[in-house]
Design a protein around this ligand. Structure first.
Ligand SMILES: *Cc1c(COP(=O)(O)O)cnc(C)c1O
Length: 223
């Protein structure tokens, strides 16, 4: 398990100023997370509700949790109290459920809208058109339980760097358009979350502001 600290330190030197490192800890044991925490890492991300809930209590209280997996609406209530941000809002139905639950708890939760730009059919998310339509719609203005902070996306799993960069450009350009254009009180575009272990150097070239790294910090996942 050693090497986590070295990995984080090396990655930190590679990240430009203003790029936030999110440590994707899914399928990794709590000891690995603690090692990362002890060298200063605070933001961790999980992709399954149950695993998140099991880990929350075992980590220090100032650990910041993001949710990055496909979230079913019936799990929103359980997840919400534990997370600072849900990066994987992939439908209007889910956003509506998050908003309703947040309002019940009298809080406002940060969310990212997940964009589907990759070639794979299995990946969740909004099309570029649907995302822009939603952000510009009146419905969103009334969702005072959420603050839409930007977009999240994944590139196709391919060796073709050109394709990956084009997909990151597509995500970034949605971000740029919506950042300037939307004047709603609960929309505050500051985050474009893109870049995973295999492609984050390309995401940096395309001006990511948040990378989500798992295996290059913790090693291969043990399923
Ligand atoms: C698992 C996962 C990651 C991290 O993947 P690595 O290849 O291990 O860096 C990032 N983002 C999402 C949405 C994930 O599900």
């Amino acid at each position: 398990m050693s090497g986590i600290v070295e990995n984080i330190k090396r990655i930190q030197t590679e990240l430009p100023q203003g790029v936030t490192l999110v440590a994707v800890s899914k399928f990794h044991p709590i000891e690995a997370l603690k090692e990362a925490y002890d060298c200063g890492q605070r933001i961790f991300a999980e992709s399954r509700a149950q695993e998140l809930m099991q880990k929350v209590d075992k980590m220090p209280a100032d650990t910041v949790w993001h949710f990055i997996g496909h979230l079913q609406t019936n799990k929103v209530k359980a997840v919400l109290p534990h997370v600072a941000m849900i990066q994987s809002v992939d439908s209007e139905k889910l956003l509506t459920a998050i908003n309703a639950e947040a309002r019940k708890e009298e809080r406002r939760i940060d969310v990212l809208l997940e964009l589907h730009v990759a070639q794979e059919e299995t990946k969740f998310g909004f099309s570029v058109e649907d995302c822009e339509r939603l952000v510009n719609s009146g419905t969103l203005a009334e969702m005072t339980g959420v603050r839409v902070c930007g977009v999240m996306g994944m590139a196709t799993n391919t060796d073709d760097d050109g394709e990956i960069r084009r997909e990151f450009q597509a995500i970034r350009s949605v971000f740029d358009r919506l950042k300037g254009g939307c004047m709603k009180e609960n929309v505050d575009f500051s985050v474009v979350s893109m870049g995973m272990s295999d492609d984050y150097p390309l995401a940096i070239m395309e001006k990511t502001t948040m990378v989500r790294l798992g295996s290059c910090i913790f090693g291969p996942r043990q399923y």
